[in-house]
Design a protein around this ligand. Structure first.
Ligand SMILES: [Zn+2]
Length: 203
């Protein structure tokens, strides 16, 4: 009986983008590795879960420090700009360039064009965040820092339509078209990002 193999393979199958065959390859790969590798891998998984927290403001993952808010949100509390990005990797790439030093919000996914499909985008949390920041008078501009793809464009338009009615006093802008179609923010270099940020288009 290969129950153990099947069980572990089914766990790998729940990873994003991993199918049945790949999941089984992972299991056989691990069976070939020595104990020290297995130990490093399993303790890495346990530690990442126990030492990393999700920021209650921007929803990115950060090393636990006793606060529910990450250091970037703490540092940028008085900024009047909020940039919406899709994922942690996009945030990291933008943040390290130091082109933009305002507030961030990690959306966590796209709004699906097919209404029946589940969307992972944190739309309610985003609206609550903007509501709170506008009420405290610290927000003037929302910047859409999304990648350039049909899904991201659909997400941007849906969010813009939703937000502009609720928050008529805010300015909405989008990273400029220095980014070409298919551009993933995660992989864009500093110059491209700088150009895209400085030439952002106001709606
Ligand atoms: Zn944060």
């Amino acid at each position: 009986m290969n129950n153990r193999i099947d069980k572990l393979a089914s766990l790998f199958e729940s990873f994003p983008g991993i199918g049945k065959r790949q999941a089984r390859r992972f299991v056989y790969f691990l069976l070939h590795k020595d104990n020290s590798y297995i130990h490093e891998l399993t303790s890495g998984i346990v530690h990442v879960k126990s030492e990393i927290d999700q920021c209650q403001e921007c929803y990115r993952f950060f090393t636990k420090n006793g606060s529910s808010i990450c250091p970037v949100c703490t540092d940028n509390q008085s900024s009047t700009q909020l940039m919406i990005v899709e994922k942690d990797a996009d945030f990291e790439n933008l943040h390290k360039t130091k082109i933009y030093e305002g507030k961030y919000f990690i959306l966590g996914g796209h709004i699906n064009a097919n209404e029946k499909k589940r969307s992972f985008a944190r739309v309610d949390q985003l609206i609550n965040r903007i509501k709170r920041d506008t009420e405290s008078g610290t927000l003037t501009e929302i910047i859409f820092g999304l990648s350039i793809s049909p899904e991201a464009e659909h997400t941007r338009i849906r969010l813009y339509t939703m937000l502009k009615d609720q928050f008529p006093n805010l300015t909405f802008s989008t990273l400029g078209r220095g980014l070409s179609t298919g551009t993933e923010l995660e992989y864009s270099d500093t110059e491209t990002l700088k150009h895209a940020f400085n030439s952002r288009i106001t709606q």
